[in-house]
Design a protein around this ligand. Structure first.
Ligand code: 4AD
Ligand code: MG
Length: 430
């Protein structure tokens, strides 16, 4: 008999098939057992009628426990009332692996209990929907880059130096040297952009975030495009088209999952191109008008980002922050030496920063001075300054945090549910 996936069941109406999966839920009444079977692609109701199966099979179905794995054979019947549109009229059931006292029951559990059982929690409908959306987002990211002829260049994980400041570095032993887990692949992408033109990396990045917030993980995934012969204006255009492309893809392909999450889909449909642009100066004035006590010269805090982004339906591009609050590699604004040619994209509805990027310092002497001013070890960056010695060009790029985008699109208040196995200040298990 043919083994099929539940999502394909519509192609097998009135035919006999075998389904392999796990028992999601069960209900019994007299001569009937209703087994909710899930296989990762969907959930189907399998109806076991006493008159249709051997007595020992009917008996067995009365005892199978939640999440026990099963091979179920029977015929596919149309069923208008079920969300799937089909049910299975069961002929035989075989237990593949027993399960009893499954810890996650249909009752409510606290999030910390669920995170301790993340290896099992992944089977529930909500994490399942979120991670399907995450997978779609990652695919859309790659498709966008491929369509625009960006070359995938993988950045290393062990690095000799800090990219995003020394306060969030994870240090490890590297034989007789010290190494750091990468905070960003950007510096390597700059080297690659000089070789390939348009490039991107997509991988895990690490930050020793020592405070508990709902937007920070210690291990997160970032996609980082970098473009040679590119300025801040072009960089912002690519960033907004990229995010819009991802949003459209999720709306098109993952509507069912958004519904499972009870996401306000209308809010997502209000997003339009182009995204509003605000200079840092404008953002500060706006925030002060809205009652914030933020002063010119400080970075926007999480609360400021929330207040500001709530004013718009689309993500906003805040550009030209003070150089002093940004990383050493940012290019100075030729029109105002206090400012950096950088941009942050803030998601609407208060989901905060999803993208950080900008134009890079491409002058050897200025970059060398910046490295010294930031008290970074020049030796570790010598290779990076070489890029300004041999055919330097204006270039720009950005990094988008996948978990922040998943949180926004899924409507999640906290990033801990956006990644299969979250790593945070107090979480390394499972
Ligand atoms: O703004 P960030 O620090 O920028 C960079 O790392 C640049 N080197 C990227 C580049 O230009 N190639 O980080 C970029 C994005 C943020 O906007 C946010 O979405 C995400 O990475 N991010 C985090 N996500 C989860 N947890 C954390 N601790 C994060 N830190 C940054
Ligand atoms: Mg940032």
């Amino acid at each position: 008999m043919k083994s099929v996936r539940i999502s394909q069941i519509g192609d097998f109406e009135d035919q006999e098939v075998q389904l392999n999966g796990w028992l999601y839920n069960k209900r019994s009444s007299g001569k009937l057992h209703f087994l909710q079977l899930r296989d990762g692609s969907g959930i189907i109701q399998c109806v076991v009628f006493k008159g249709d199966v051997a007595p020992e099979i009917f008996e067995l179905c009365g005892h199978v426990g939640q999440e026990c794995s099963l091979a179920v054979a029977g015929s596919v019947r149309k069923d208008e009332r079920s969300p799937l549109g089909y049910e299975l009229g069961v002929k035989t059931v075989e237990v593949v692996g027993e399960s009893s006292e499954y810890p996650i029951t249909p009752k409510e559990h606290g999030v910390s209990f669920l995170l301790d059982h993340r290896h099992l929690w992944l089977r529930s409908s909500r994490p399942h929907a979120i991670l399907k959306i995450r997978s779609e987002i990652c695919k859309a990211c790659r498709d966008f880059m491929e369509e625009r002829d960006f070359t995938l260049i993988d950045a290393p994980i062990f690095t000799p130096a800090a990219c995003e400041g020394t306060s969030t570095l994870f240090e490890t032993d590297y034989f007789d040297q010290k190494a750091f887990l990468t905070q960003s692949g950007q510096l390597y992408m700059e080297a690659a952009a000089m070789a390939f033109g348009n490039v991107y990396c997509f991988g895990p990045t690490f930050r020793a975030e020592k405070s508990k917030t709902r937007r920070h993980l210690t291990e997160f995934w970032m996609i980082e495009p970098e473009m040679a012969f590119c300025d801040l204006k072009k960089d912002m255009e690519v960033a907004e088209e990229f995010v819009y492309y991802i949003l459209k893809r999720v709306l098109e392909k993952r509507r069912e999952e958004l519904k499972v999450l009870e996401r306000d889909i209308e809010a997502l449909e209000k997003v339009t191109l182009p995204f509003p642009r605000l200079s840092y100066d404008e953002a500060i004035n706006r925030l002060q008008d809205l009652g914030s006590d933020i002063k010119w010269g400080t970075d926007l805090g999480g609360d400021d980002e929330t207040i500001l982004s709530k004013q718009y339906d689309s993500p906003i591009l805040v550009h030209r922050y003070p150089l002093d609050v940004k990383a050493f590699y940012m290019k100075e604004d030729p029109e105002d030496s206090r400012l950096a040619l950088c941009v942050d994209m803030l998601a609407p509805e208060g989901y905060g920063e999803i993208i950080g990027g900008g134009q890079r310092e491409d002058d050897f002497a200025i970059l060398t001075r910046k490295i010294n001013e930031h008290e970074l070890p020049f030796e570790a960056f010598k290779w990076y300054t070489d890029l300004r010695k041999y055919g330097s060009v204006p270039h720009a790029g950005f990094g988008m945090g996948i978990e922040r985008v998943v949180a926004w699109l899924c409507g999640l208040k906290h990033v801990r549910e956006t990644i299969p196995f979250p790593r945070m200040l107090q979480r390394l298990y499972p």
